[in-house]
Design a protein around this ligand. Structure first.
Ligand code: 7PM
Length: 295
């Protein structure tokens, strides 16, 4: 890409996100906060809340711009988490982190979790189902929260067992996101509240589809001027493991490289476990971009 190309791209539209308006002069880093049951206490039902708060604090110190709270109901192949359990895991954390003056995202596809999360003060709803569950659009419509609309082929329980097939993965992901964004705006959701995500690892062949989507990231978003913000989540995923031969915990450098590639291709928000490393990598990327804009 030449400097002229860099100058031809406009930053994405600012995202209305509850109490915040996020602007994208640089890619923002969303830190993943997984709220897992404490395996040391009885039955695994007790949520290790102290750990989660410490982890959130760490991510803030490391430079996270957004915290994404997940009750682990969305991970591919994971057992379904019952509604009451997801609420027990997520809502108290939203309440406790609400005072941190930091955009709070909740990773859920359940309309009731969306409603209670918003009532507790969440600023963004991150839905891997793309607001397709009955009642999901209604749950977010009346608030002013931000939305992340993700593409997923199939369902979490089956999507990595059934071989994913596309004629043209980039075009099909964009077409899906156009339909979902259309459904949301038709229901009265302002476009300024919407971000989109191609859904790395969600019903994609590990190398072929995921890397095609990364290579053509800008084209995965619905056509719009200025463009809708694109969120990407590649952190520790198998697309990184496949090309490096490394296990989950050893994919930090690979993840930072992927974040830089995504930034170069217009990503507005990068969702990661390893906040400090990603922030550093994106600072270097931004310095190069700024130099290109000056010359
Ligand atoms: C196990 C496997 C645990 C996969 C967790 C995961 C995305 C997301 C997730 C994403 C958006 C993870 C995934 N991935 N939300 N939630 N985009 N918007 O790596 O790619 O956290 S769950």
């Amino acid at each position: 890409m030449s400097n002229a190309d860099i100058l031809n791209y406009s930053d994405p539209e600012p995202l209305q996100c509850g109490r915040f308006t996020l602007s994208f002069e640089r890619p923002l880093v969303m830190g993943i906060l997984n709220v897992t049951p404490d395996s040391f206490s009885d039955g695994g039902r007790f949520v290790a809340r102290g750990d989660a708060l410490r982890q959130a604090e760490r991510m803030l110190l490391d430079g996270a711009d957004i915290i994404d709270i997940g009750g682990e109901s969305t991970r591919p192949g994971a057992p379904l988490v019952p509604l009451d359990e997801e609420l027990e895991r997520v809502i108290p954390l939203v309440e406790q982190l609400r005072g941190a003056n930091m955009p709070l995202s909740v990773d859920t596809y359940k309309p009731e979790v969306m409603r209670q999360a918003l009532a507790a003060g969440a600023d963004l709803i991150n839905d891997v189902w793309g607001f397709r569950m009955p009642g999901a659009i209604e749950a977010v419509r009346e608030s002013n929260c931000g939305l992340c609309v993700m593409h997923m082929l199939g369902e979490p329980q089956t999507m990595q067992t059934v071989e994913p097939a596309y004629e043209d993965v980039v075009r099909e992901v964009r077409a899906f996101l156009e339909v979902r964004v259309g459904a949301l705006t038709a229901a009265g959701v302002a476009k300024t509240r919407i971000s989109v995500d191609p859904g790395f690892g969600f019903g994609k062949a590990v190398v072929e589809h995921n890397y095609a989507l990364l290579a053509h990231l800008r084209e995965t978003a619905p056509r719009s001027e200025p463009p809708l913000p694109i969120l990407v989540g590649m952190s520790r995923k198998s697309m990184l493991g496949k090309v490096t031969g490394r296990h989950t915990s050893e994919r930090v450098v690979a993840g930072a490289a992927a974040a830089v590639c995504a930034a170069e291709r217009g990503a507005a928000i990068v969702r990661v476990h390893d906040v400090a490393e990603t922030v550093d990598a994106l600072k270097v990327w931004a310095a190069v971009r700024d130099a290109a804009r000056r010359s």
